[in-house]
Design a protein around this ligand. Sequence first.
Ligand SMILES: [Zn+2]
Length: 448
Amino acid sequence: MERREAGSVSSPVCDLLLRASWIVTQDARRRVFEDGCLAIRDGGVLDVGAWADTAPRYRAAEVRDLGETLVLPGLINVHAHASMTLFRGLADDLPLMDWLSRHIWPLEARLSPELVRLGALAACAEMLASGATCFADGYFHEREVLAAARTAGMRVILGEGFFGFPSPMFPTARHCWDVVEGLREATRDDPLSRVMFMPHAPYTTTPESLRESMDLAEALDCPWHIHCAESPAETASCLEMFGQRPVPYLDSLGCLRPRAILAHCVDLSEEEIALLAERGVKVAHCPSSNMKLANGAAPVQKLLDAGVVVGLGTDGAASNNSLNLFTEMRHAALLQKLLLLDPGALPAQAVLDMATRQGAACLDWTGIGSLEPGGRADLLALDLTAPGLQPLHSPVSQAVYAAHGGEVRLVLVEGRAVYEDGRPLGIDLPLLRRELAAAVRWMRDHRA
Ligand SMILES: [Zn+2]
């Protein structure tokens, strides 16, 4: 690390000047700079451009030459259940309903807040290691997820999950609203954390609780996030319970609005795609989870063609089994090409958009998902000396199709290093491993 004064005495001051062989900005013009420079001040991006043009304009407290690296905006995971890292590999290769009702829900009913925090911390370590800087989380005891995200230095949007029937966490939905209010209070002055409402799914909630949660989301001006149309089996349950398919059902309740984020959206008709576009609803695409549970392929290209904003999510580690958005980018592209038997479907740039600027739009979080003046300095740097990343013709192609995430060398959130050279800087990895081993012993003793 080099400290120096660049520029002249009259030049604007910045905290950090970063130099990298490539900077992919993901700004509106999708500018890419070779031998790029990023000027950072107060956690935000002050300037970005070619090193030769940009660097001389600033006096910097610190200059870091990242060498042969590819800098991207930090990736945004729009649908996660961080604490489910606890269940990674616990029950694989099963149908969704069987997997949930026989293996996951019985254990979740016994989870302590401490275990939720532990699972979330493991997830943060994993997400940082593969370049995610922000995640939308739906689970229980979200205050613990907030604590883990703060330890890791990540951005988070917290969704305290609820069901229509009395759950282990809440006897009624009203109890959940109180928790959301508390979380909102806890995140009020924090630039890195926010809240959302997170009803589990149409088939596990009541019409009243869905309506009420949307009214509250409107009142608090925060996103409303739900699993929807995840599989043909879910559609069948919804038809049986409410006489409608999931998307028209949510529309009949007034829940299809621009603040709604629908996770999965695998089983959609042409009319439903048009309706989602008309209502301005956002979609969280989770290709690995959809493939692993054999739920089908979401019609992502059709959604994008219709004008729907689509972000990328990992879903929980129990159904993925990793929380790596590089894997999701690759899977999203390949799955869509296979679905449509069209190699032009979901090209690299569209996939990178989903993992960055579209993800930010999905969560309605301005200032992230791109590296441009006025935005936040959330970024990752890929080591281009890794054998799989040479030679390089197209930085975007390299990031989407060639990188696997293990090449991430540095991650900044709000201009601050939170992951470097294999270490999440806020997390004690050896301690985390010991605690996870103890959690595995606990789960062995408590399986149904
Ligand atoms: Zn999910």
